[in-house]
Design a protein around this ligand. Structure first.
Ligand SMILES: *[C@@H]1O[C@H](CO)[C@@H](O)[C@H](O)[C@H]1NC(C)=O
Ligand SMILES: *[C@@H]1O[C@H](CO)[C@@H](O)[C@H](O)[C@H]1NC(C)=O
Ligand SMILES: *[C@@H]1O[C@H](CO)[C@@H](O)[C@H](O)[C@H]1NC(C)=O
Ligand SMILES: *[C@@H]1O[C@H](CO)[C@@H](O)[C@H](O)[C@H]1NC(C)=O
Ligand SMILES: *[C@@H]1O[C@H](CO)[C@@H](O)[C@H](O)[C@H]1NC(C)=O
Length: 394
């Protein structure tokens, strides 16, 4: 405004200058009022306005779907205002954002905390490259404190609280830098589906989605990541110290080994040495996903199946070849302490103990997941006219 006024002032006579100043002044006031009143307009009104502008030449059924709009525009005989190239429509933008100029589209985010002041580009001293999440109750705080200390500053820490207690964690220095998400009595996979969308966790090379009852005395996260990279593991877990609770050979830690990708199970357990539970398999208590693998696995998690049973056996669908890209890191290993936690917080139902109700639900979910996967696979092959029984499908 100032430069404009000055520029006009030089060449204009005093009389005109005054007029121009008044016009500019009135313009400023007018603009100010528009600016002030705009945000208070109801959103629907704004939408209607923009629709009227955009679609005023189109009669009939309008949808927000651009394809309809396009073909109508393209096809409209006798319409004047067709193919308005001043209107943006970028099909390669994320779905729903086609009306935006691509340069403004921010399709991904992160968990980095920002300041309320200063220059935005100076907010972050460093951007963490990895993400670790724990699903926690306050009772396990000392175990989680020990675990978090095994993760360097290169990690963003995200805690999912199932007991509603979050502020108490501030007794730990690191807690103030962590992200806390609280929702009562929900499971790890419930949180993961809702708060770890692939576009949100896209900046992180690796994502650790861990339980709260893991002993980490022999684990270091930076060393772990070095081994995962070296051996090309897209989905992995630390080896488990063999205890009587260990059920799978695959996830047992091996002495003197860095990483292993296959094992032998009891006779008859493995139909194929490259398939679970002999290979291409890790358990759900302490999985680590690469960014790309997680993008796939996230889509496989069902909204109503929260315990994740059976997910471990299906991970193989997300990487290729699965028996080379899924493995167990022996040199950085953990102990599964199996403390009772969420598993005890079911409801007494039909006279069953709370833990039994949870266990039954786990089994039920596993069966549902298996059936859904099989049906989806069948439907796919049918849709392309192939009989999957003619090859060994998995
Ligand atoms: C527009 O068409 C869709 C299907 O093409 C239909 O479901 C919808 O009800 C229609 N809307 C109006 C306002 O006619
Ligand atoms: C519009 O129609 C023309 C010719 O009928 C066709 O070449 C063009 O691809 C159409 N455009 C769109 C966006 O459908
Ligand atoms: C154009 O509109 C007519 C009638 O609405 C329709 O039959 C025809 O398929 C349309 N053509 C295109 C290219 O969309
Ligand atoms: C964090 O990552 C950088 C780059 O990979 C590495 O040089 C540094 O040693 C890491 N920090 C720690 C504490 O390991
Ligand atoms: C599957 O195999 C059967 C018997 O070998 C054969 O008759 C059938 O055509 C095959 N189907 C497909 C889709 O290849």
């Amino acid at each position: 405004m100032m430069t404009k006024k000055g520029y006009f002032g030089h060449s204009a006579k005093p009389n005109q200058t005054m007029r121009i100043i008044i016009i500019v002044f009135v313009g400023i006031i007018f603009g100010f009022f528009i600016g002030v009143s705009f945000p208070s307009l109801p959103l629907t009104k704004l939408n209607i306005t923009s629709y009227l502008i955009r679609d005023f030449s189109i009669t009939g059924n309008k949808t927000t779907d651009g394809s309809t709009q396009k073909s109508v525009e393209n096809n409209s005989t006798g319409n004047k205002n067709v193919k308005d190239i001043s209107k943006i429509w970028i099909p390669s933008n994320p779905k729903g954002a086609e009306r935006l100029p691509p340069g403004i589209v921010a399709s991904e985010s992160d968990f980095s905390l920002r300041r309320l002041w200063g220059l935005p580009n100076e907010d972050l001293a460093s951007e963490p490259k990895y993400l670790v999440t724990f699903t926690v109750g306050y009772d396990q705080r000392n175990n989680i404190d020990a675990a978090v200390k095994k993760f360097s500053d290169n990690f963003t820490v995200l805690l999912f609280h199932y007991d509603g207690r979050t502020t108490e964690w501030d007794e730990f220095e690191w807690s103030k830098r962590a992200i806390h998400v609280s929702a009562r009595k929900q499971t790890k996979w419930w949180y993961a589906k809702r708060f770890l969308h692939p576009d949100i966790v896209a900046p992180y090379d690796y994502i650790f989605i861990w339980d709260e009852d893991l002993g980490v005395d022999h684990f270091n996260a930076e060393e772990y990541i070095k081994l995962v990279k070296k051996h090309g593991l897209e989905i992995s877990q630390p080896g488990l110290e063999p205890t009587r609770g260990t059920t799978w050979q695959m996830t047992k830690r091996r002495d003197g080994s860095e990483v292993h990708k296959e094992t032998t199970e009891k006779p008859g357990w493995c139909s194929d040495p490259h398939l679970p539970p002999c290979a291409a398999f890790v358990e759900i208590m302490a999985p680590v996903f690469s960014r790309d693998a997680w993008r796939c696995v996230w889509h496989m998690i069902q909204n109503d199946l929260v315990h994740g049973w059976g997910l471990d056996l299906a991970l193989q669908h997300c990487v290729e070849p699965a028996h080379e890209k899924i493995g167990v890191v022996d040199a950085q290993w953990i102990v599964h302490q199996t403390v009772p936690s969420l598993g005890n917080q079911g409801q007494v139902e039909d006279g069953n103990a709370p833990w039994r109700g949870v266990r039954l639900r786990c089994q039920r979910e596993w069966n549902m997941f298996k059936a859904r996967f099989a049906n989806a696979e069948k439907a796919y092959y049918k849709s392309i006219g192939i009989d999957p029984s003619n090859f060994t499908a998995h």
